[in-house]
Design a protein. Structure first.
Length: 540
């Protein structure tokens, strides 16, 4: 089938919209004949309805009597259901005319007779002419029903009134249903040129129909490769099945959005595919929901993993602590019985030192598992953090520059001083270890913040409200993606063997969670990593 001319197609659509206003059958027939005779490939057009023949310029080879015989033969065959199209085919062969029926599912109302100059060119417009004939058939059906109603008005006035109410209700229901359709409808031909679209399409893409009619639908795709892939699928598509795929579309403004595309075949009266109808649905909310679901599932998995590790660590720590108490106690009692000059005394001293170091490790495990005895009270964190920085400055390499910005007018938080100092030591030591021997910049900030539901969503244990935020930044290499999920696990370390126990950040995590706070780590572009600790402010 040849590609249809957009201007001619527009004239056909205008013809279809105008014949709605035509109520007289004879005037309707003459008007349609004049309109159809201007289609490329058509020399003249005539129409037989209501027992009369109408033509644009007249055709001496056809008269009303001959048309009536063919019409009678067709209706007789329809009633008997025997080869209903054979009389029309005989008439076409004998007179050299293209013959089309004007009918609805209820009845046959007339014939359209066309004398063609170019049958191949005419074939491109045949589906649209058939749609026009369907519309004429509906109008004739409507006129026919009106005549029946007028003839039986006196006897059926009450029934007509009831039927009118039903039709009005049905029309309103149909209109409401049509207006409730939220999917954009796009109609294209076989070459995927845009033919039509609904109001939802205009609202979604921002294009007026006049701007896109006749243009390639590739203009609506954000990725031309998806457009080509869809074309390959359409060529292989089973005509009796729809095609569904997710596509990235582009609006007139340039904004991209994900959409679900359902493609159906458009067929003519003969069942031949003449184009495609696409239903486009914006699935941006669905994509955001899936991403949010994955993020929350990852948070839940991380929280359960740390909770399980904490439970295990707490149980092991208590058992080890009991064993260490026996080892350290007996070693200290043995020290009292052995003189200082004895070689065995030096061995016992090492046993006690090792036991005390092990006790510190157990203490860190208890802090991580949140089973350490805390002494919390309302505190202003500013002087505590400043004191910790002053103490640590001398322990950090000279090549590391330390800067801090601490807000002094802070809301109080309920905290344990020793644990806050421990948290500061671990965070600053981790930041210093992350920077190379050449040094870098260690920045610490303390400030009040307010978290809403969106900003507090990074930690499922946090709720909206006022917080004090402690931020520790370094200029190291940052956190690798594979390390982000395990950075707070006990004994997990990215440092070289012998440089760190792997308990520093896990202890920080345990302290923060013990204070009903939250912690997150992020990479700072070109500057390293930043650890942010949020501790809930006390409501006064």
């Amino acid at each position: 089938m040849r590609e249809v001319d957009a201007k001619v197609l527009g004239n056909i659509i205008l013809l279809q919209s105008t014949i709605h206003l035509m109520q007289e059958n004879d005037a309707l027939a003459q008007f349609v004949c004049r309109g159809l005779s201007s289609i490329p490939g058509v020399q003249s057009a005539g129409m037989f309805i209501n027992g009369a023949y109408h033509s644009d310029i007249g055709d001496p080879a056809v008269d009303a009597e001959r048309c009536l015989r063919v019409f009678g033969a067709l209706t007789d065959r329809l009633r008997r259901q025997k080869s209903p199209d054979s009389p029309l085919a005989d008439f076409k062969n004998s007179h050299g005319l293209e013959c089309l029926k004007i009918e609805t599912s209820f009845d046959l109302y007339g014939l359209l007779l066309l004398r063609l100059t170019d049958p191949d060119r005419f074939a491109g417009y045949r589906p649209y002419i058939e749609n026009t004939l369907n519309l004429i058939g509906l109008i004739l059906e409507n006129n026919h029903r009106k005549a029946l109603l007028l003839r039986s008005k006196e006897d059926l006035e009450k029934a007509v009134e009831t039927r009118t109410r039903e039709l009005r209700a049905s029309e309103e229901q149909y209109k409401a249903l049509f207006e409730s359709i939220r999917d954009a409808i796009l109609v294209v031909d076989l070459n995927r040129n845009i033919i039509s679209g609904n109001q939802t399409f205009t609202n979604l893409f921002g294009h007026c129909l006049d701007e896109v009619l006749g243009q390639k639908s590739v203009m609506l795709y954000a990725d031309p490769a998806q457009y080509r892939h869809l074309g390959e699928l359409l060529e292989k598509k089973d005509h009796d099945r729809r095609l569904v795929m997710n596509v990235d579309f582009r609006k007139k403004s340039g904004e991209r959005f994900p959409g679900e595309l359902n493609v159906f075949d458009l067929k003519d009266m003969a069942g031949v595919r003449v184009g495609f109808l696409g239903l486009i649905r914006d699935i941006s909310d669905r994509v955001r929901y899936e991403e949010e679901k994955k993020r929350l599932e990852a948070q839940l998995f991380q929280a359960r993993k740390l909770e399980a590790i904490g439970t295990l660590s707490g149980g092991v720590a208590h058992d080890i602590n009991n064993i260490l108490a026996i080892i350290i106690g007996n070693a200290e009692m043995a020290q009292e019985d052995i003189p200082e000059w004895s070689p065995a005394r030096r061995f016992l001293d090492e046993v006690v030192k090792a036991g005390l170091r092990a006790r510190d490790v157990v203490r860190q495990l208890l802090i991580f598992s949140r089973k350490f005895r805390e002494r919390k009270k309302p505190l202003n964190l500013s002087p505590i953090v400043e004191e910790a920085l002053e103490r640590m400055r001398s322990t950090l390499p000279d090549a590391i520059d330390v800067r801090w910005s601490l807000a002094h007018q802070l809301p109080e938080v309920e905290a344990d001083v020793d644990q806050i100092l421990q948290m500061m030591r671990n965070l600053c030591s981790n930041a210093a270890d992350a920077m190379s021997a050449e040094g870098g910049l260690l920045e610490v900030a303390l400030e009040p913040v307010a978290l809403d539901e969106e900003t507090a969503a990074f930690d499922p244990d946090l709720s909206p409200g006022g917080y004090v935020r402690l931020t520790v930044c370094d200029t190291g290499p940052g956190i690798l993606p594979g390390d982000a999920d395990r950075i707070f696990d006990p004994y997990y370390s990215t440092k070289e063997v012998g440089k760190g126990t792997g308990m520093g950040l896990s202890v920080v995590h345990g302290i923060v969670k013990g204070h009903r706070g939250g912690i997150r780590v992020r990479n700072v572009d070109g500057r390293g990593a930043a650890f942010e600790v949020f501790l809930p402010a006390i409501e006064t």
